[in-house]
Design a protein around this ligand. Structure first.
Ligand code: GDP
Length: 433
């Protein structure tokens, strides 16, 4: 069985926690897109970890962690992450890296920095991990796959060829030092040594695993609204964040993905620039939610930058769930809202006087004003509660209101950062089936 855990919104929905939790019953966990630009925060018996490249399954002895071909693979970052977890007493996980995964080159990070510098105030808010230049090169067919490290003559020739183009940009567009092909080759030889023990024909491996009825979990990064096709283009990431892309980025048949668990946070947060309709405008109210949010505040796992805060957005989440092909919604960080007397929820967008519940294209989105509805708060701490029936009535009303608005069943409710802080809902309490 293949399942996917993906985000409904702008990322940071708590996917890491859900993946870590479902990892208990998984044999294989696969990263299929993105790179070290975003991170998951995971709290477990070993401590608190921010993972950027490794799948969230690395804390279990029984799982194989796979970096699929769709990932932007930063080899030194991967090595550092392996070291960081093993230094903190996590047993060495079984890791496989696709021989077709492409590598983030040292110059991708430089180009990311130079481009942000060149754009100055008009930048996209990149994390400068080299992701956009990496995917540009991949689709311009001048990227480097892991398997290319093993043919040194061809590799040398290709580096020479690619650098001609890179150096023209460095000299004339960015006015920066030029790249040296011998240096790049030497770096790649170091990468080869680092990655060699993990290299695998991943799609063949997964094909066999599917035949053997293994439980496979695809772990997405970011969320629907950051998808380059269906998100808030151009304020998006460079690889698809959708479960459908799991088939491509892992190399498995699309019809094998039978469960799509879309993670939705009980309020909203976003990083970087771009329209964010339900954003809280009052600085103090936003600051308080940020401070109380997540596990230790809503600050970027990779960058530490404060996240933009908003109320739950039914329009964006309904769209985000639909475009993922959601079978189950995991509704997270509900415990955080326990301090509020009243909780605003965005139920529609007002665009030039017309109210809509359909998520619009970017130009219209910029004009949208939130239509807010107030729901009563429950004013207590719900952490530790194990069954849906034990939740305060106003809290259940909040869940059921959101569920009816988004139109997808909320089958899991996360009421704390830990693996066991989860409430499963039984079919009879679910409104939307
Ligand atoms: P991801 O990228 O989607 O995995 O999201 P993050 O790494 O930003 O995770 C969100 C943060 O919220 C992390 O610090 C988690 O430990 C924390 N978290 C996840 N679920 C819950 C929850 O139900 N309640 C609380 N309070 N924190 C949670």
């Amino acid at each position: 069985m293949v399942r996917a855990v993906v985000g409904a919104n702008w990322g940071d929905e708590g996917k890491g926690k859900i993946t870590d939790m479902l990892g208990q019953e998984s044999d294989i966990i696969v990263r299929f897109q993105g790179g070290a630009n975003a991170g998951h925060t995971i709290v477990n018996d070993y401590g608190k970890f921010a993972l950027h490249t490794l799948p969230s399954g690395v804390f279990y002895n029984h799982t194989t962690s796979i970096i699929g071909n769709g990932v932007a693979l930063n080899i030194p970052v991967l090595m550092e992450e392996i070291k960081e977890i093993t230094d903190r007493n996590v047993p060495m996980p079984k890791i496989l890296v696709s021989d077709r995964a492409q590598m983030v080159m040292p110059y991708h990070i430089l180009f990311d920095e130079y481009e942000e510098e060149r754009l100055a105030g008009r930048s996209f808010g990149s994390t400068k991990s080299g992701i956009a230049p990496f995917y540009s090169d991949k689709y311009a067919k001048i990227g480097f796959q892991v398997n290319e490290l093993f043919d040194e003559a061809a590799l040398k020739e290709k580096i020479e060829r690619v650098l001609v183009q890179k150096n023209i940009l460095l000299e004339h567009l960015y006015h920066k030092p030029l790249l040296d092909s011998d240096e790049i080759f030497a770096t790649l030889m170091q990468y080869k040594e680092m990655v060699e023990p993990y290299v695998c024909d991943v799609s063949a491996y997964l094909w066999r695993a599917i035949k053997e009825n293994k439980n496979i979990l695809l772990e997405g990064q970011l969320g629907s609204l950051k998808d380059p096709d269906h998100g808030i283009y151009p304020m998006v990431t460079s690889s698809s964040t959708l479960a459908a892309y799991g088939a491509i980025g892992a190399g498995i048949p699309p019809y094998e993905i039978t469960q799509i668990i879309t993670v939705c946070k009980a309020y909203s947060s976003a990083v970087g620039a771009g329209a964010f309709v339900s954003e809280i405008q009052d600085k103090e109210i936003a600051d308080e939610l940020r401070r109380r949010g997540g596990d230790g505040g809503e600050y970027g796992a990779t960058t530490g930058r404060p996240r933009r805060m908003g109320w739950f957005d039914c329009v964006a989440s309904r769209y985000g769930c639909r475009i993922q092909g959601t079978t189950d919604v995991a509704f997270t960080v509900l415990d955080v809202l326990g301090y509020l007397d009243e909780i605003p929820v965005c139920v529609g967008y007002d665009i030039d006087g017309t109210i809509t519940t359909e998520f619009p294209t970017t130009g219209l989105l910029e004009k949208a004003k939130p239509v807010l509805e107030m729901l009563p708060g429950w004013k207590c701490d719900i952490r530790g509660i194990k069954t849906y029936e034990e939740l305060p009535e106003n809290c259940r009303n909040y869940v059921e209101f959101v569920e009816s608005q988004i139109g997808f069943p909320i089958t899991m409710i996360s009421n704390g950062p830990g693996r066991n802080d989860i409430i499963y809902r039984t079919v009879d309490t679910i409104q939307v089936k």
